[in-house]
Design a protein. Structure first.
Ligand code: SF4
Ligand code: SF4
Ligand code: SF4
Length: 362
């Protein structure tokens, strides 16, 4: 039955009433409709999101200021590891209102920025996206090459309950089980050990996990704040969106998908910790060339002290001081690991130390 009013924490299958958009967008078109509506009504000045291309493995951040420009990104699914929270921190000034699509790790970065006074929560409308993980473009290209697939042929990649579904442009689909040897299949190590795959801090959470047969053209949508529910309700009232309650089987399917991904993540996290424990940490840290790529990629690190320490000490001591400095701040996005030219797993080190300290209760 159609819903006229959504409430915070309610679960809804929602879709755009614009049939053309639903055809073009993935999953019911709720995300592009939200962007268009917020811009058209003057609720935000700009939208920040990622536009894919030429395949879902590529992507670039885009600033959109006109509702019609949203059509260009509708249906654009990107698995490129881009952290939009960093753009919010660096480019959005107090009083500028923006809507931004965020994965759970980006959402945590936004929370950190808000909690530390670098961003005002009321200036951002967060459209949270479920996230099964992203790919390291080099690793995935290699993994696809082994299957004699050119990365340019990939049309879409979906995370299903226990496998990845890779759709090619010629219409063929193949499945990759991600339990076994996932990193060699191109999965980012940070995503593989990620324990937070659904939004909790955004205004609205969107995704496709939990869509029952017959509801494929919908977005599984959860308003997480009163402001998020209010916007959805205005859009329903204005005839832009239509919503139905998610049946209990849909909710349990969503729970199953999330708990399976978390189960895989727990195992992978422990395995990555064990590998790290066996490695020669001093040798690893001494590889650091102090290029600061990790620092520039990080949505959290901006404090000048980190730079100052760099001038004063050796790579090993600098790394140790930075790891301890970050251990209660790191939001585990893995951006630092993506860019390190000498493969230092900085975020893994932070997480390992944090896990040990958590066990001590300090
Ligand atoms: S770290 Fe987690 S939330 Fe962030 S991209 Fe990877 S899986 Fe998604
Ligand atoms: S230290 Fe690395 S994983 Fe942690 S927030 Fe910064 S970039 Fe992300
Ligand atoms: S990116 Fe790697 S090499 Fe460069 S400063 Fe960071 S840890 Fe060192």
């Amino acid at each position: 039955m159609k819903v006229r009013k959504t409430v915070v924490g309610g679960h809804y299958y929602v879709r755009s009433t614009n049939k053309e958009l639903v055809k073009k967008a993935t999953l019911g078109g709720v995300v592009p409709e939200l962007m268009k509506y917020l811009l058209a009504k003057g609720i935000v000045d700009a939208v920040i999101t990622v536009k894919s291309g030429p395949t879902p493995l590529g992507g670039k951040p885009v600033f959109i200021t006109k509702p019609k420009e949203v059509d260009e990104v509708a249906g654009s699914v990107s698995y490129a590891p881009i952290n939009l929270a960093k753009l919010l921190r660096d480019y959005v000034r107090p009083g500028e209102k923006v809507a931004v699509t965020v994965k759970p790790c980006e959402e945590r970065a936004v929370k950190y920025l808000v909690d530390t006074g670098k961003l005002r929560r009321e200036d951002v409308f967060l459209i949270g996206l479920n996230c099964g993980g992203l790919f390291n473009p080099f690793l995935l290209t290699e993994a696809l090459r082994k299957r004699e697939v050119n990365v340019g042929e990939v049309k879409d990649i979906r995370f299903e309950k226990d496998h990845l579904e890779v759709a090619l442009k010629d219409g063929s689909i193949f499945k990759v089980r991600y339990m076994k040897d996932a990193i060699s299949k191109g999965y980012r190590p940070a995503c593989l050990r990620c324990l937070n795959h659904v939004p909790t801090y955004s205004d609205v959470a969107c995704g496709y996990w939990g869509l029952l047969p017959g509801y494929e053209g919908y977005t599984y949508t959860i308003p997480l704040t009163a402001w998020g529910a209010e916007i959805l309700n205005r859009m329903i009232d204005d005839g832009v969106l239509e919503a139905v309650e998610v049946p209990p089987e849909g909710k349990s399917l969503r729970r199953e998908v999330v708990s399976f991904i978390n189960f895989v993540a727990e195992i992978s996290r422990e395995a990555q910790f064990k590998e790290l424990d066996k490695s020669n940490i001093e040798e690893m840290l001494s590889r650091c060339i102090m290029c600061l790529e990790c620092w520039h990629a990080c949505p959290i690190r901006s404090e000048k002290e980190v730079l100052v320490w760099r001038e004063e000490t050796s790579p090993v001591i600098w790394q140790i001081s930075t790891v301890t400095y970050m251990y209660d701040k790191c939001i585990e996005c893995g951006s630092c690991e993506d860019v390190c030219p000498v493969n230092i797993p900085f975020a893994l080190l932070v997480q390992r130390i944090k896990a040990l300290r958590d066990r001590l209760g300090v």
